[in-house]
Design a binder for this molecule. Structure first.
Ligand code: AMP
Length: 448
């Protein structure tokens, strides 16, 4: 099928052509005609399926009749409202809308928390037809009366399951209660938990259901590997995998902000270019880190689930689960960061001894067998210790971290491996030393 067969205007077709979209994805084929017809829609679509364009293109088509170049704010009331669980997803949708409206005088803006409200307020006062918002910040603007929702014709709840997980249900119900009853509602969700169904029953009119992938299915374009690794070796295994697989870029998922920070620090110490993003970082820092990653200037992005939600990095080759998520749905979302829009990707999970429960839950949800294996070129299991050792406090030794075929560190005449001492300066040439050879507390430099 071609985009031109879907009933979209030349201005929109031209804009998506410039985006390099040659033909609609399955969700777009199904959803675009339905949205154009004005029906409510319940769509089961994962990230990476092209769902943003699936709702946004027909919305823009429907709003085209209101497009105008007047400077009067009254000529630009909010006609479409998109609610997003996170700032990153909101930002991503905003970027897409800007590109889709390149040839249409329709205005769009994005508002989310964690940043100064003033620029958002000014933007809203000028008038916008499409507003993309996180629920909390939208309520702030409503309270300040910078937002009027009485002309909204289309509401989109994007990643509704995640909004519920994040505790936005009351905010969403409150916002929905403020919208005109006569409107179109489009709900996108990777999963359909009972609460989503209740929301749909309460606020939607006989919605059409569209499902493009099996519910809770993982993308077949993503190769999934599970490696069994002792917890204390995970970092070294990760560094080894990044190097041995020559990962140009990778998102590494951690369960907590603390472990994400710690891991990014450790990887940096290992000589890998890594930064963490999570909810405790300022919005400015998060956007800067994301921009660096998107531009390919950062190799490793260590992220928590919430921070990485909605991240759209084209051609991201690898995702690593440093810790398996407690909720198997998060696994599906995490690995959906790679293999987007038809590209191939690899998702690697490092499974610690106490993560078998999470592993089983993932297999059950995704209805597949993910057989744990050991890491190629790396002794996933430490050789049996010669001497008894204290179980908790022992630090990994370079011996049991060595890969099966560890590269030999060669030192020229007069060179030697030396443990760096603080405060002592030498004429030194920094070399990349395989991190997995080193016990974590040492930093090795080659001294001339
Ligand atoms: P989404 O699922 O909306 O996050 O989209 C995932 C990625 O697919 C984004 O980078 C979109 O720009 C891209 N995309 C959306 N529709 C198409 C299409 N029809 N052809 C190629 N890429 C697309």
């Amino acid at each position: 099928m071609l985009f031109s067969e879907l009933g979209l205007s030349p201005e929109i077709l031209r804009a998506i052509d410039e985006q390099g979209y040659s033909q609609p994805t399955p969700i777009q084929e199904k959803a675009i005609p339905l949205v154009l017809s004005g029906r409510d829609l319940l769509a089961a679509a994962q990230t990476g399926t092209g769902k943003t364009a699936a709702f946004m293109l027909p919305i823009l088509e429907r709003l085209k009749k209101f497009a105008n170049t007047s400077v009067s704010p009254a000529m630009h009331p909010i006609r479409a409202l998109v609610l997003s669980p996170t700032r990153e997803l909101a930002d991503q949708i905003g970027v897409n809308v800007q590109s889709y409206t390149k040839y249409l005088p329709l205005r769009a803006t994005t508002v989310y928390g964690g940043v100064n409200m003033d620029p958002q307020t000014q933007e809203l006062r000028r008038g916008v037809e499409v507003l993309i918002a996180t629920p909390g910040r939208l309520l702030d603007h409503i309270q300040q009366k910078t937002v009027q929702l009485n002309k909204v014709e289309v509401l989109v709840l994007d990643e509704a399951d995640r909004m519920l997980d994040m505790g936005f249900i009351q905010d969403i119900r409150k916002i929905m209660g403020m919208l005109p009853k006569e409107r179109q509602t489009l709900l996108f969700s990777a999963t359909f938990a009972p609460e989503i169904k209740r929301l749909a029953a309460d606020f939607m009119h006989t919605p059409q259901t569209v499902e493009v992938a099996r519910q809770n299915a993982t993308n077949e374009q993503v190769e999934q590997l599970v490696f069994k690794v002792d917890n204390f070796k995970k970092r070294q295994v990760l560094a080894h995998l990044i190097r041995s697989r020559e990962m140009s870029q990778v998102i590494v998922f951690c369960k907590t902000k603390i472990s994400a920070d710690q891991l990014a620090r450790d990887l940096k110490r290992d000589g890998l270019d890594a930064e963490a993003i999570h909810g405790d970082k300022t919005q400015g820092t998060r956007l800067e880190t994301l921009a660096a990653f998107k531009e390919g200037k950062l190799r490793v992005l260590v992220a928590t689930d919430v921070a990485a939600r909605g991240l759209d990095i084209s051609e991201l080759p690898y995702v690593v689960n440093f810790e398996l998520p407690n909720s198997p749905e998060d696994y599906v979302h995490r690995i959906g960061r790679t293999g987007r829009a038809g590209a191939k990707g690899v998702a690697i999970s490092l499974m610690g001894p106490e993560e078998t429960r999470q592993h089983e839950a993932i297999e059950k949800l995704t209805k597949q067998t993910l057989t744990p294996q050991s890491v190629d070129g790396f002794w996933a299991q430490a050789p049996a210790p010669q001497r008894p050792r204290p179980a908790q406090t022992r630090e990994a030794s370079s011996r049991d971290l060595a890969p099966a075929q560890a590269p030999v560190l060669s030192a020229g005449k007069g060179e030697g491996l030396k443990q760096a001492r603080p405060g002592r300066r030498n004429r030194k040439e920094k070399r990349e030393v395989p991190a997995l050879l080193l016990p974590p507390r040492y930093k090795v430099e080659i001294i001339r």
